[in-house]
Design a protein around this ligand. Structure first.
Ligand SMILES: *[C@@H]1O[C@H](CO)[C@@H](O)[C@H](O)[C@H]1NC(C)=O
Ligand SMILES: *[C@@H]1O[C@H](CO)[C@@H](O)[C@H](O)[C@H]1NC(C)=O
Ligand SMILES: *[C@@H]1O[C@H](CO)[C@@H](O)[C@H](O)[C@H]1NC(C)=O
Ligand SMILES: *[C@@H]1O[C@H](CO)[C@@H](O)[C@H](O)[C@H]1NC(C)=O
Ligand SMILES: *[C@@H]1O[C@H](CO)[C@@H](O)[C@H](O)[C@H]1NC(C)=O
Ligand SMILES: *[C@@H]1O[C@H](CO)[C@@H](O)[C@H](O)[C@H]1NC(C)=O
Ligand SMILES: *[C@@H]1O[C@H](CO)[C@@H](O)[C@H](O)[C@H]1NC(C)=O
Ligand SMILES: *[C@@H]1O[C@H](CO)[C@@H](O)[C@H](O)[C@H]1NC(C)=O
Ligand SMILES: *[C@@H]1O[C@H](CO)[C@@H](O)[C@H](O)[C@H]1NC(C)=O
Ligand SMILES: *[C@@H]1O[C@H](CO)[C@@H](O)[C@H](O)[C@H]1NC(C)=O
Length: 449
């Protein structure tokens, strides 16, 4: 493809897959079935810019677009470019070793004046520094998906013109700059994903509070210069999903009451991920105020004490993850009594004291992860038939009292495909009543005969 794409030859197979996926998904055009026999000047211009801006080193994906006389055929296939509503150039297969598509100049994007949805997931945008500027000229653009595009910087935007933008996904790039001020002017934004970049900090920690339409905010695994200050989040009354994992908050969880419990987030949040955020102190009672939570993840922090009884009032909860904390107390018997929707319970890597009674009413439970705690198997549960059918159970490194043994209720778990019971000092023969559904069974470091 000439000098513009002097890149090494790349596996053809990948690009073939991309051709198929790319072209089929490419367009939602308002007159795609119209037969067009002549090339309008504006279309030719747009097509030529499109062709020049996108490079396909293997010369397969875009080859039919290269020759000028193919313009009409392409136009017939794609319709008038300026009528594009939906452009999907993303790569949907397994992660390729090399990108098959490169964008070198994004100017042509501003020709697609009706564009609403753009997806360039996995397109190499290293050299397309003007892409966001070009997108900023499109009055109808609603959705911009640029994840894993090797972007390093946010384009400077002297004036934000986005008036319809609801979704901006810049995740898994290599962003190293601060989040620019202009981003906080896009008040129509509902879904913002900046996760897995290196972004250093907000230019101003309160700016996020301007984005009051946000429903999902995903900033995991970014470094914020002075730690992340969640205070400004309390303005975001539409926020349903907040993913802050691996962002250092470095505070006592108790101190975040104003953000999560005394604000409108209390009612709006359904998904809260504060895993690995350097939280410490005890688990506060106010966690139980966030009544609409479905997913609560506090794993890999330094929280201690017990599980507050108020957790039991989170009746919508489906997923609870407290693994790898310092929880170190007995757990109230009835705590999960009413949590009939809980599917996934992760309490491993703590020093809690648990027994069957805690799980007695968890009828939807499929995953139970309680490794490295103390388990007291109560005689009155000897013939217990649990209300659940587990698929995953991890009790490794547990101290099992009064003596290490296979819990007899395992026999009832006919869907169990993964069981970890390593290092629990079981000194017994292998029972013949174990379920036969396993494809992952770890009984290592016991005295099983
Ligand atoms: C292409 O779109 C432009 C702008 O909407 C319009 O003026 C032109 O007539 C269209 N061409 C065809 C062939 O539909
Ligand atoms: C993306 O493009 C840049 C510049 O052309 C190149 O250095 C880099 O290796 C490309 N990345 C991949 C994964 O192909
Ligand atoms: C953005 O809007 C301003 C003010 O409405 C206008 O002057 C400017 O030309 C627009 N810029 C772009 C890139 O569309
Ligand atoms: C952001 O909004 C403020 C206040 O409305 C305005 O003064 C500023 O120019 C805007 N910035 C950009 C980059 O659009
Ligand atoms: C981060 O923000 C603080 C102000 O909140 C500022 O002092 C600091 O220089 C910023 N750091 C970077 C790397 O931008
Ligand atoms: C739990 O750990 C905390 C903090 O280390 C400690 O103060 C408390 O006494 C411990 N509680 C129990 C019951 O061991
Ligand atoms: C489980 O729920 C039933 C009512 O559905 C109740 O009678 C029973 O006490 C509960 N068991 C536990 C252990 O909480
Ligand atoms: C396992 O529990 C013990 C206390 O019972 C604690 O000292 C240790 O750190 C825990 N290990 C892990 C990996 O959580
Ligand atoms: C065993 O379970 C019964 C019924 O839940 C309870 O009353 C009893 O205290 C438990 N015993 C032990 C040793 O925990
Ligand atoms: C295992 O149990 C047998 C008999 O039940 C006993 O002789 C042996 O000492 C036990 N081993 C350990 C390590 O407890």
């Amino acid at each position: 493809m000439g000098g513009r794409c002097s890149l090494p030859l790349l596996p053809i197979l990948f690009s073939m897959v991309v051709v198929m996926l790319g072209i089929i998904e490419l367009i939602e055009c308002s007159h795609a079935s119209t037969t067009i026999f002549s090339c309008h000047g504006s279309e030719r211009k747009a097509l030529m810019q499109f062709k020049q801006g996108l490079c396909d080193p293997s010369s397969k994906r875009l080859s039919s677009w290269v020759v000028e006389q193919d313009c009409c055929r392409v136009t017939y296939e794609l319709g008038n470019l300026s009528n594009l509503h939906h452009l999907d150039l993303s790569y949907k297969g397994a992660l390729p070793l090399h990108r098959t598509l490169y964008l070198e100049d994004a100017g042509w994007i501003s020709e697609l004046t009706l564009l609403r949805h753009l997806n360039m997931h996995l397109v190499n945008l290293t050299k397309a520094s003007n892409l966001l500027q070009a997108l900023n000229t499109l009055p109808h653009i609603q959705e911009i998906q640029l994840s894993q595009c090797e972007l390093i910087n946010f384009d400077p935007l002297p004036h934000v013109n986005f008036t319809s933008l609801t979704t901006l996904d810049l995740s898994e790039n290599d962003m190293i700059s601060s989040i620019p001020k202009w981003l906080f002017n896009i008040t129509t934004l509902q879904h913002l994903n900046l996760g897995y970049n290196y972004v250093l900090n907000w230019t101003n920690p309160t700016s996020i509070g301007h984005l009051t339409s946000l429903r999902t905010l995903h900033v995991s695994q970014n470094l914020f210069d002075h730690g992340f200050k969640p205070a400004a989040l309390s303005n975001l009354c539409e926020l349903q999903s907040l993913i802050l994992s691996r962002v250092s908050i470095n505070d006592e969880l108790t101190n975040l009451q104003g953000v999560f419990s005394d604000s409108c987030l209390k009612m709006s949040l359904e998904n809260l991920d504060l895993s690995d955020t350097n939280l410490n102190g005890p688990l506060p009672d106010w966690l139980g105020n966030m009544k609409n939570l479905k997913h609560l993840d506090l794993n890999s922090n330094s929280l201690y004490g017990s599980l507050p009884a108020s957790l039991g009032s989170l009746l919508s909860l489906q997923y609870l993850d407290m693994t790898d904390n310092d929880l170190n107390d007995t757990v109230e018997e009835g705590i999960f009594k009413q949590m009939k929707g809980l599917v996934s319970l992760h309490l491993g890597g703590n020093s809690l004291i648990l027994s069957e009674v805690h799980f007695a009413n968890l009828s939807s439970l499929k995953e139970l992860d309680i490794y490295n705690n103390t388990l007291i198997f109560n005689e009155s549960y000897y013939d217990w038939i649990p209300p659940f059918q587990l698929e995953f159970l991890d009790m490794s490194f547990c101290k099992i009292l009064p003596r290490p043994q296979f819990p007899k209720w395992l026999a009832t778990q006919r869907a169990l495909y993964e069981l970890h019971l390593a290092n629990v000092r079981i000194n017994d023969t292998l029972p013949n009543w174990l379920p036969s559904s396993f494809y992952d069974l770890d009984l290592s470091n016991n005295e099983i005969t």
